[in-house]
Design a protein around this ligand. Structure first.
Ligand SMILES: *Cc1c(COP(=O)(O)O)cnc(C)c1O
Length: 431
């Protein structure tokens, strides 16, 4: 047998999304990834048990720490993200981002973030982490890289942005912001949920840590909740700014392979500290479904983008639409950044404000027969939602304004149906 595609980083993206990280030869020759539905694993001999629990040896002991099915998903994401990274799968996108923040910061620390974040990320930084003494500092004017420099202090432990802002798909200048973060000795964290590694690979533009809600495009069919954190590797955590990483390094340097420990200090501490003891690992069933979805990631994203472009152009030309946000439109202030960072397309989230304000927005949502009224995004099926009362529910007025959420903002998650049907549905709803 000469099958080697599971471990060939030279293969193209579409090939790796089908093959990377899974060797059937190690799993009874099963071509589909088996679901290891298992809580605990044989420890073997006494010495091996010790090595497993100290993470000196790769392997499985307890299902809250790792699982062979979930690990295939981790290897596959690492491959798609760019070789040399380390992924940790989580029970949800929020679990991924929350655990990343806990791994970065302690009481007295700050996280500098853009204001145009997903509602859950806003709540995490604005309400939850502050209870533990970690403050989210939202920059004023996130599209100006200088605003991040102004917001960073001695206590800042990371800068956090989204690949495409929610709900208006605004784009920040990642490379400029990464340079500013690195000059301050801190990492750039990017929530890459809306783009997926097919449309945007943050590590190639200066990011150090990536977080995903796999609930969305990665799995792609609206059937599960999942998340993934990815560490690019190589960030210097031992320069004096992160005493908790220095402690972790000292605790493990005699046990874990030294090069691996140093390179992946972030991902290893994330797993060994937060995942192992707060317990938000992804279940093998969920990982299996995400792997199924990811086999068609590139195909779906191409179609999502193609349809989003058509929908955005249709809305842009419609007399009953007051404003459309989609980065590729000629009218978008983000067109230049879209060309630079998203050559394959700037995602498939299109938002608009109808003529007639909130009453018109309610009417349009009520009339849609194909776009379904749901809060999710990244489903193969098209969805419509009213941002202020759902994704951004409960945010104070100033936060809504900073996030670009108007009272009448309607957000579309454009699916992979026939574009003509999508446009016909919006046409009749807007008439
Ligand atoms: C949905 C979403 C999240 C949260 O993910 P869950 O899987 O629902 O926990 C985080 N960030 C973005 C951009 C999202 O769209």
């Amino acid at each position: 047998m000469t099958y080697k595609a599971w471990n060939n980083e030279g293969l193209g993206f579409a090939t790796r999304q089908l093959h990377a990280g899974y060797d059937p030869g190690r799993h009874n020759s099963a071509k589909a990834v088996p679901i290891y539905q298992d809580a605990a694993f044989q420890l073997g001999d006494f010495d091996r048990s010790g090595r497993l629990f100290s993470f000196a040896e790769d392997g499985y002991s307890y299902g809250r720490y790792s699982n062979p099915t979930t690990e295939v998903l981790e290897r596959r994401i690492e491959s798609l993200e760019g070789s040399g990274s380390m992924a940790v799968a989580m029970a949800s996108g929020m679990a991924s981002t929350a655990n990343i923040m806990l791994n970065l910061a302690a009481t007295g620390d700050e996280i500098v973030a853009s204001s145009t974040l997903y509602g859950g990320n806003l709540t995490l930084l604005r309400k939850i982490l502050p209870q533990y003494g970690i403050r989210g500092i939202f920059v004023q004017g996130e599209n100006d890289p200088g605003a991040y420099a102004d917001a960073i202090t001695d206590r800042t432990k990371a800068v956090f942005v989204e690949c495409l802002g929610n709900p208006n798909s605004n784009i920040v200048d990642f490379e400029a912001i990464a340079d500013i973060a690195h000059a301050a000795g801190i990492p750039l964290v990017v929530d890459n949920t809306f783009a997926t590694p097919y449309l945007f690979r943050p590590f190639e533009h200066g990011a150090d840590i990536v977080t995903y809600s796999a609930t969305k495009y990665l799995s792609g069919h609206g059937i599960l909740i999942g998340g993934i954190a990815v560490d690019r590797g190589g960030f210097d955590w031992l320069g004096g700014k992160y005493p908790h990483f220095e402690q972790f390094y000292d605790d493990n340097r005699d046990v874990i392979d030294h090069e691996k420990l140093r390179r992946f200090l972030f991902a290893l501490r994330l797993r060994m500290t937060y995942l192992c003891d707060l317990g938000s690992y992804m279940s093998p069933q969920t990982a299996f479904y995400i792997l199924q979805g990811m086999e068609t990631l590139s195909l779906r994203m191409e179609r999502h983008v193609e349809n989003a472009r058509r929908v955005a152009e249709f809305l842009d030309a419609h007399p009953n639409v007051a404003a459309v946000s989609y980065p590729e439109l000629a009218s978008s202030p983000f067109r230049g950044l879209a060309n630079k960072y998203f050559p394959k397309g700037a995602g498939a989230i299109v938002s608009f404000r109808p003529v007639g304000g909130i009453e018109a927005a309610k009417r349009i949502i009520g009339r849609c027969e194909l776009f379904d009224f749901m809060v999710n995004v990244g489903d193969a099926k098209s969805l419509i939602v009213h941002a202020a009362t759902s994704t951004h529910f409960g945010q104070p007025d100033y936060a809504l304004e900073a996030a670009g959420v108007a009272e009448d903002t309607v957000r579309l998650s454009v699916g992979i149906e026939d574009a003509d049907d999508l446009i016909a549905d919006l046409a009749q709803a807007l008439a």
